[in-house]
Design a protein around this ligand. Sequence first.
Ligand code: PMP
Length: 401
Amino acid sequence: KSPLVMIPGPTELDASVLEALGEPSMAHADPRLIEHFGRSLELMRDVFQCKAGQPLILTASGTIGWDVIAANLVEPGQRALVVTNGYFGDRFRDCLEAYGVATTALTSQPGTAPTVDEITAALSAAGSSHFSLVTLTHVDTSSGVLTDIKACAAAIRAAQPNALIAVDGVCSIGGEELRMDEWGVDVAFTASQKAIGCPAGLALMVLGERAMAAFNDRVARKVPVTGWYASLANWLPIMKAYEARQPSYFATPAVNLIVALHKALDNLVGFPGGLSALFARQVLASDAFKAGIAAMGLTLVPKTHASAAHLLSAIRFPQGVGAGDLVPKVRARGAVITGGLLAPIKTEYFRVGHMGVSALQASRDDLLVTLRAIEGALIELGVAGVTAGAAEAAFNSVLRK
Ligand code: PMP
């Protein structure tokens, strides 16, 4: 039996998604494929909570989200404020720089996110309408830190009304609440392999009305897009055609993944009780998992409970233990977890993903298997204060199984 995939994406997959993935091949102009594509675009408006948004599905990993934003929504020489709380925010900045955008980074200590006051100060210091774009990372997957997008977006809009607000939701969308319309987020994106619950290989983006207006204005001013595969000019007609259930071609989509994506999005939107029940269940699963971790005497990288993400946990190693000791022993007990990623604390913690079916389906015991595996490994390593069964008891006391 394969070990459970308990990293922060790719994730375990629902049987229905695997079945969809296994359907016989189809032509990309097949009406059945066009239906899967068109319906997936429609469902994205629900998942991203952006009713009038323009959805986009690209055959690529999440990284292309940065490229699309850098190539289309900000012009070379314009300024972007990159609010970064870790490795992925830093990469968003690198990508913007590669397209000639002048960036300013607002950074924070590992385990924290820049505060609303710091964001306001950075924007106010720059003078009115100075930044064309402000970027936020909803969950920094390297540190497990959750950013309060609602509060940050409100502060950005107040300080710089003309700046577009972009959210990297790769480790959040579909599992962590994000309300684009209500919170004033102009563009957000994710990848298929995380909370969406699909295999890796697709990038999903929704552009709100202000982002579309900015792009259309750029086209009207004849400012060329600085890219080709990432060019909205190439992709928007394709997305519109698919949604109108018309065949269209710019580059071949990953046909089988699109079939799987449709099923995965159906599962999210059709979650019993709706998306709000899904987010609540994800929070409960995360709280239960973190209670199990605390029962082993371990602490998290995020400094506060409110800033700890719900789709993964970044956990500090106990004294004398490193990733090289723990990760293989946990794998041998049935769960794949991973090491730290964020310098300079990279070697001081490990990460466990607990999203998608592993967190949402009450019939699965993935989270318990993982806690038991970590506990067993720590006991084998002779870590003091770890008692067999304590993590499971703490987990169950939160989830009331
Ligand atoms: N942003 C965040 C927050 C991520 O977690 C990741 C991947 N872990 C990416 C961007 C890049 O996505 P991908 O690896 O799918 O290209």
